[in-house]
Design a protein around this ligand. Sequence first.
Ligand code: MLT
Length: 402
Amino acid sequence: MNSSIVNTNYDLLPGSYLFSTIAQKIKEYQGAHADADIIRLGIGDVTTPLIPEVIKAMHNAVDEMAVKGTFRGYGPEQGYDFVREAIVRGEYTARGIEMDPNDIFVSDGSKCDVANIQELFTENVNIAIPDPVYPVYLDSNVMAGRAGVLQDDGRFSKVTYLASTAENNFQPDLPKNPVQLIYLCSPNNPTGTVLSRETLQKFVNYANENGALILFDGAYNCYIQDESLPHSIFEIPGARTCAIEFRSFSKTAGFTGVRCAYTVIPHELSKLHAMWNRRQCTKFNGVSYVTQRAAEAIYSPVGWQQTKEVIAGYMRTAGVIRKELTAAGYTVFGGEHAPYIWWKIPDGEKSFDFFDRLLATCEVVGTPGSGFGPCGEGYFRLTAFGDYERTCEALKRIREKL
Ligand code: MLT
């Protein structure tokens, strides 16, 4: 093959995908220390089994697939009505937000949706991303040739970075340069902090006044403990004409291995709504019937109660991480409305060096802050999705050995 036919934008990406790099480092350590007892608080992957209501719904759906009269082949690319309506009732009507089920596009993951959405836009559109943030927003735009080149300061030349730091209470300022696409993530991955109603209103006003679009990732909204905090961008007046929202069952209902999510494109954004519909119909065949029945099940009264109990369990773990690190003299953020704890590491130490030191001294894995953006340097992310007892053991090792 002639190498001139490949998309050379891929060459602009630094190294491998963050969580693949971490996985490789763990593998190398395990290879060199065969009896290492590693505690993984790195990638945000769930560990609690699916709730009984979900399992019941999956079993029932499998039985339906075994019978001629109820067997299903291809489903609607946008998702079955039963799950779109359940999402509207459980997520939006319940919070006083009006939502049309036809604005919900069910998919097999938010990672794919947030990475794929950028193909609806021209190559020269200017993007803004929070710093630090989930790396997929940036990487997918680098692949599309929209980010420019990586500079010595760790920033891409054509990207506007919205610093979200302890100094601004994790409430980023509006972009200084003109941008047309703004990614926001609340609760934020990795800092675990929540954008206030005022901050979101400021961004919605900016977007409407400047013809920009907000891509709002709400994958962790179900971890918000304070009902007065915004859970959805659509709680903000004016958002329906300037925002798309991404939601996932991965962290809400333990679906990282099951795969189900949804993207909300209000019909007010009729052009984008039609384009995404066209894209999904062309490139996607929908989520399996069994999986959509599983997702629907979390919205029954019993399913919701069981779901909330699982979330409460993870938040208990988050509370312990916060408490123990604080007691050991560290400064931490997040972990109150999100399953991530943003840990300030000793001054001057690089977060990837801290990763190596924590692994070597405690055999505990986390995620280096700089992997999420330049403003993440000096920080380290721990996930509360790990097993409770093992997380307590990790904290004991940190207190005693680090
Ligand atoms: C994370 O650890 O940030 C998440 O697991 C990544 C993801 O949800 O894709």
